[in-house]
Ligand binder design. Structure first.
Ligand code: NAD
Length: 259
């Protein structure tokens, strides 16, 4: 599905980014694994050990010079860039709006929305010049409606969806596609505290029960959609925020049936 595609994936050290990196490589992509954490090297090593092609780069997605450098690194090392998955993000901690500081707000928006903006900006220079390219971003069901994060996190993800929609039109006729995935609850590094608390309380079986599949998701279930959207198989999918959430966002408010 991604044979010989050169793809940058951010947040590749953990969770959704790691799972997508492993899957993309298994579908034939050359993957540049980017993360603040040195663990991105472990992802790249797992890919090469399995016979794939990957390299790792430590970078902060919120720093413009570092984003420009990792996009260029893909071109220098693999020969070109065909796709980018701007996936790195932070939870913001879920404080209430009255407790949230300006620093909290700027940190969450800086990584989640600013990081996506910079990835779009710097990859587009290459994609527009070559007349093709696939941009994918991780938003969230929190960017669609309330109750999946704090005000900072939800606003940051609504911003990602807006960047996708607006960029799709600003790149009108260019051959570039841009989309977002809106994951529901996925077990990753980010949601580890939620899962640990539930396991301590013995209420693990309650996690994810409010969507009609009645369970939480795995990182690879987002990764499969990510690989599809990065591939030419998704050639007519553009400007969309695609929920991958077990059906959670399809409903009006709903009461969990007891007994
Ligand atoms: N897990 C969920 O339930 C869920 C739901 C909806 C959306 N998301 C989104 O999915 C994306 C991936 O998160 P995850 O759940 O896999 O969490 P995760 O914590 O397992 O992975 C996030 C990765 O991003 C990296 N990162 C954070 N800030 C960075 C920065 N400034 N520069 C570079 N790398 C940075 C972290 O080091 C980490 O490896 C995030 O954008 C998150 O908001 C997650």
């Amino acid at each position: 599905m991604l044979a010989n595609k050169n793809i940058v994936i951010t947040g590749a050290a953990s969770g959704i980014g790691k799972a997508t990196s492993l899957l993309a490589a298994s579908y034939g992509a050359n993957v540049l694994c980017v993360d603040l954490s040195e663990e991105a090297q472990t992802t790249a090593s797992e890919i090469t050990a399995a016979g794939g092609n990957a390299m790792a780069l430590r970078a902060n997605v919120a720093e413009e010079a570092e984003v420009e450098a990792f996009v260029q690194c893909c071109v220098d090392e693999f020969g070109s860039i065909d796709g980018i998955y701007a996936n790195a993000g932070v939870s913001g901690g879920g404080k209430s709006v009255t407790e949230l500081t300006v620093d909290d707000w700027q940190r969450t928006l800086g990584v989640n929305t600013g990081g996506v903006f910079l990835a779009v900006k710097h990859s587009l220079k290459h994609f527009l010049a070559q007349g093709q390219g696939a941009i994918l971003c991780t938003a969230s069901v929190a960017g669609l409606r309330a109750n999946a994060g704090g005000v900072d996190y939800s606003a940051s993800k609504a911003g990602v969806i807006s960047i996708v929609q607006t960029t799709a039109y600003q790149t009108y006729g260019s051959g570039v596609r841009i989309n977002a995935i809106c994951p529901g609850l996925i077990e990753t590094g980010m949601t580890k505290p939620t899962f640990e608390r539930a396991r301590e309380r013995g209420s693990e079986d309650k996690i994810g029960q409010i969507n009609p599949l009645k369970r939480f998701g795995q990182p690879s279930e987002i990764g499969e959609m990510a690989c599809f959207l990065l591939s030419d198989r998704a050639s007519y999918v553009n400007g969309q925020a695609v929920p991958v959430d077990g059906g959670l966002s399809s409903s009006h408010p709903w009461v969990y049936p007891r007994g």
